[in-house]
Design a protein. Sequence first.
Length: 144
Amino acid sequence: MALDRDLTALAQEWQIRGTTAREVLQVQSLPTWDPNRWRREAALRETLRGRYYGVCADVQELSNQVVRASSLVENLNSRLRTYFFLRRQLGEDYLTLLQFFLNHRRYLRSEDPGRVGKSPAELLTGEPHAHWLELLGYTRFARS
C-alpha cells in the first residue's frame, strides 16, 4: 500500500521506527475530545522530543494526500444493486451486458444540460450512436 511505503520512507528520513510513524497517524485520526488521544500524544512527545512537530507535520501532509474512495465504491454498489436483486449468481455474460447497457443508456436528466439525451459512450467519444437495443441487433418497438 502506498501509505505504508510512504510512512516507512518518512520514518527512515526522520530516523524513527516505522511503528512510531504509524502511531502518529493513528493519534492524528482520533477526535480531539477523546482522552486516549492526549495520553498517546504525550507518549509520542516523550519518544520524539524535538522531532515531534516536524514528524507530525509530515505525517499530516501524507494523510492529506490519501484518497478515500469508499464513498465512490458505495455509490457504484448502490447503483448496481438494483440490477442484481433478481439474480443469485452473476456470470461474465450478464456483467458484460450490464456494462454495455450502462455505457450506452442515455441520460434522461443531468445537472449539466450538455449531458441530457447523451450516453456515457457518446460523451466519451463525442460521436452519436443508435439506441443501445439497436446496437445489440434488436428492432425497437415503435407505435405507428
